[in-house]
Design a protein around this ligand. Structure first.
Ligand SMILES: [Fe+2]
Length: 338
């Protein structure tokens, strides 16, 4: 047990942890929350399987898996966005796993139809509006943001970002490529400034009066509202949350998710960890760490999300977002959304 704790304390060092025959699972994760470490320790206590974590950005982890190939020590890839998970699958970096537990816990539209990846949490891409300048009654859908009333008022990050590529893919899925391109042109015409920064920067620019409505993922607002720094909390309070498309297909959602790697040395252990992460208790902690929604039904939400209330998510199978990824990128290019 001492050796095991030592092992966990030395995260994310991969090699050389004690008994070579001890059960382990090697995780490549974009996440770096203390609560994740506590969860992994709980998993180890229950299963006897040590969890070794390598943390890096999502794109770095995928590049590393490609570079390492068959020699990769990774068993489980934890990353964000169905578009990115789909890319990992297409590049042959993941493998199919059959698990009744996963199939029951994760709704079908939030996992790969071929079982290469499974959503662990969901996030909605919502409208964060200036409380002092926008009446939420003026807002309705992503589509309605192209109305001339919003000229010079819309804030959003670059089209190179996977969140926007997946959002565009959802528009293509709903309306077809031609209408999606028209929508993109209408959006560009209403931008308050050329796309720049991340989702937090969009919220900052709403608060600063650069624009009035930003398109951001829910957890960016959740993080600000719960930040230790009072200025960040004030930033979070400057914006209101609006879930678009509640009267039709629902708000575009995406996942953080995980898949067992193609050359995993410890497949069974990786599946056990995945199954643990979709359990009731783990789901609450895993989602709450980043103010996301659990994928599992009937699991408690973080209090900030409860305050925002229930909403209707777009039920589109998220694997479609990956399939439409290339088309979405081309539409952004043609429409001049840089
Ligand atoms: Fe993010």
């Amino acid at each position: 047990m001492v050796g095991l704790l030592f092992c966990l304390a030395l995260l994310p060092i991969l090699a050389g942890c004690g008994d070579p025959d001890a059960e382990v699972v090697n995780v490549y994760s974009h996440r770096h929350y203390d609560t994740d470490e506590a969860l992994f320790q709980q998993f180890t206590a229950e299963s006897g399987i040590a969890v070794r974590v390598v943390s890096a950005s999502a794109d770095e982890l995928i590049a590393r898996l490609e570079r390492e190939g068959e020699a990769s020590p990774a068993d489980l890839l934890i990353t964000v966005d169905a578009g990115r998970l789909h890319r990992a699958k297409e590049r042959g970096l993941l493998q199919a796993v059959r698990s009744e537990t996963l199939a029951e816990a994760v709704p079908a539209h939030l996992r790969d139809p071929d079982d290469h990846w499974f959503g662990l949490t969901t996030r909605a891409r919502i409208l964060a509006y200036a409380r002092d300048r926008v009446d939420p009654g003026e807002l309705s859908s992503y589509e309605a943001l192209t109305d001339p009333a919003w000229e010079d008022r819309i804030l959003v990050r670059s089209s190179e970002n996977i969140y926007n590529i997946s959002m565009m893919a959802s528009i293509v899925a709903a309306h077809g490529a031609e209408a999606a391109e028209e929508w993109a042109r209408g959006m560009v015409a209403n931008f308050a400034r050329p796309p720049q920064g991340n989702d937090t920067d969009q919220i900052r620019d709403v608060a600063a009066g650069v624009g009035d409505v930003a398109i951001v993922n829910t957890y960016y607002v959740g993080r600000l509202l719960n930040h230790e720094d009072p200025e960040s909390r004030e930033l979070g309070r400057a914006v209101g949350i609006f879930f678009p498309n509640q009267d039709d297909r629902g708000t575009h959602v995406n996942v953080s998710g995980a898949g067992v790697t193609a050359h995993a040395p410890n497949v069974e252990n990786a599946v056990r960890l995945l199954e643990f992460l979709v359990g009731v208790e783990a789901q609450t902690a895993f989602a709450e760490a980043n103010f996301e929604y659990p994928v599992r039904e009937g699991v408690e939400w973080a209090s900030t999300l409860l305050e925002w209330g229930e909403y209707r998510p777009d039920p589109l199978p998220l694997s479609r977002l990956g399939e439409l990824n290339n088309e979405a990128v081309q539409i952004f290019d043609r429409a001049g959304w840089r």
